[in-house]
Design a protein around this ligand. Structure first.
Ligand code: EPU
Length: 452
């Protein structure tokens, strides 16, 4: 299967000659973790939905394939980064296994299918293997809305049905980003009002809310973690532009600093990047606002070590810690990173060590781990580590590297860009899942990077 010349299951590698400062201007793409969900809104209406600022990445194309399979007609205007969606009358309630197993957001389709047809069959979700990643919090919420859901191990599917989803009060036991979005998608067409407590605050959740409200939904964030949704009879179509990708901003900003470069990045919504900018100040990283959504990131002088703990929004995001680790290899002193959202997000460490990075694991003292960690504490095994120490500054050298997941992939690219010599990165398909034409865009900033 190929899209835009990019094979979804490809064997591509990156050859990177590092040690050159990146310089120039770049615009970030639309947010992956908003784009994948707003596609699902098209299942909730029979009218046309137009989405602008879509990222042309393989995860997006995969999600498009899935909703096409269910009966949505799709036109993509690549140059304009625009997609036009029209639900022709959904034809299936079962999400195909081979597609869905590769994409976590495929499980969210359970919500619009239950809302409109009272039936859904969705496979146990795929996506990056950064932990057990169960969907129990989503399922419990849907059950509270009246759905009967059972998991069938013989075919690997959740089978769900309901006469009519009913509004309810549901308190998430712990934060879940896609879980909150799933319940919102279910509640917009339910009977009565739904109140979600301890709901996620991630900006991508609010982007989905913005689109649904534009389509006639009545969703309000009452306070930071409480959302109410008034069920409607039906939703209309709408035209919508998704927010820029905050993960891409962070990746590019770190590319500027780790290579001792200077980049002007357009599409930086600084109000949703506060935790990152604060950490950058502590690290003596250079940044200055140029206009509302444009920020310059540049190397000032010797970087300083930092200590950080990841958390859900508005904290320092889990997706940023791996790229941050590269930056801290160049900072003076001992830095620490404590990962609390996923249980297996340090797979990149052994690869950065191949570049000469001095990183060790340690056990942080945590009083009530079952409360502190966002994953279910019983999912942790002895093989997982929650914290690292990084000793810097350490000159990085070339290496042959293997990508384990999307953000780890971006991290290895950053490591290779900052390192002296020529590095080879295997497993580039993980990077293509979330970064549009990354090598072409980095080349324009002076990187020596080739897809082979
Ligand atoms: N969790 C459960 N049960 C649930 C739901 C979550 O145990 O029912 C656990 C997860 O296993 C995890 C933690 O709770 O340990 C947080 O999970 P959450 O549901 O918040 O994460 P997610 O929705 O699976 C999204 C993004 C991730 C991002 C996290 C945190 C999408 C498609 N994915 O994942 O993005 O890291 O939120 O903000 O939106 C990425 O883009 O590379 C990526 C992994």
């Amino acid at each position: 299967m190929t899209r835009k010349g990019i094979a979804i299951f490809n064997m591509d590698k990156f050859l990177i000659k590092g040690g050159r400062p990146l310089k120039g201007e770049i615009t970030v793409s639309g947010a992956k973790n908003a784009a994948l969900k707003v596609l699902l809104a098209s299942l909730l209406t029979d009218e046309v939905v137009v989405i602008e600022n879509i990222p042309l990445i393989t995860d997006f194309y995969l999600m498009v394939e899935i909703i096409k399979e269910l009966g949505v007609s799709v036109k993509i205007f690549k140059k304009e980064h625009k997609i036009v969606l029209k639900n022709k009358g959904l034809q299936k309630v079962k999400v195909p296994l081979e597609m869905a197993a590769r994409l976590r957001t495929s499980s969210m389709i359970i919500a619009p299918l239950l809302a409109r047809f009272g039936q859904a069959q969705i496979p146990n979700p795929g996506g990056c293997r950064i932990g057990a990643r169960p969907i129990d919090r989503h399922i419990k919420g849907l059950e509270k809305m009246g759905a009967k859901i059972s998991y069938h191990p013989e075919d690997g599917y959740f089978h769900a049905q309901v006469k009519k989803l009913m509004g309810t009060n549901y308190k998430f036991p712990k934060n879940t980003h896609t879980g909150t979005e799933t319940l919102i998608l279910a509640a917009v067409l339910a009977k009565g009002e739904t109140v979600l407590e301890n709901a996620a605050q991630e900006p991508e959740v609010d982007d989905l809310i913005r689109l649904l409200n534009l389509m006639g939904a009545k969703i309000r964030r009452i306070n930071s973690r409480k959302i109410t949704i008034k069920g409607m009879e039906k939703l209309t179509g709408g035209e919508f532009k998704i927010i820029p990708d905050r993960n891409e901003v962070v990746t590019l900003a770190i590319a500027a600093l780790a290579t001792k470069g200077d980049l002007i990045i357009r599409g930086t919504q600084r109000e949703i990047l506060k935790a990152f900018l604060e950490k950058l100040d502590q690290a003596n990283g250079g940044w200055e606002p140029l206009d509302k959504e444009t920020t310059r990131f540049y190397f000032k002088s010797q970087l300083k070590a930092t200590e950080l703990t990841t958390s859900s929004y508005p904290g320092f995001m889990t997706d940023w810690q791996a790229p941050w680790a590269v930056l801290m290899t160049q900072a003076k002193g001992i830095s620490t990173i404590h990962e609390t959202v996923f249980e297996n997000r340090f797979q990149y460490v052994q690869e950065l060590r191949k570049l000469g990075a001095k990183i060790e694991f340690f056990n942080p003292e945590v009083k009530k781990p079952e409360k502190v960690y966002n994953f279910d504490w019983q999912d942790k095994t002895q093989f997982y580590n929650q914290a690292i120490r990084i000793l810097g500054p350490t000159p990085l050298h070339e290496g042959i590297l293997e990508v384990s997941d999307l953000r780890a992939g971006a991290t290895l690219v950053l490591g290779a860009l900052a390192a002296k010599g020529e590095s080879l990165i295997f497993g580039v398909s993980h990077i293509d899942r979330g970064y549009e034409e990354i090598e072409e865009r980095l080349k324009k900033l002076g990187a020596q990077i080739k897809r082979v």
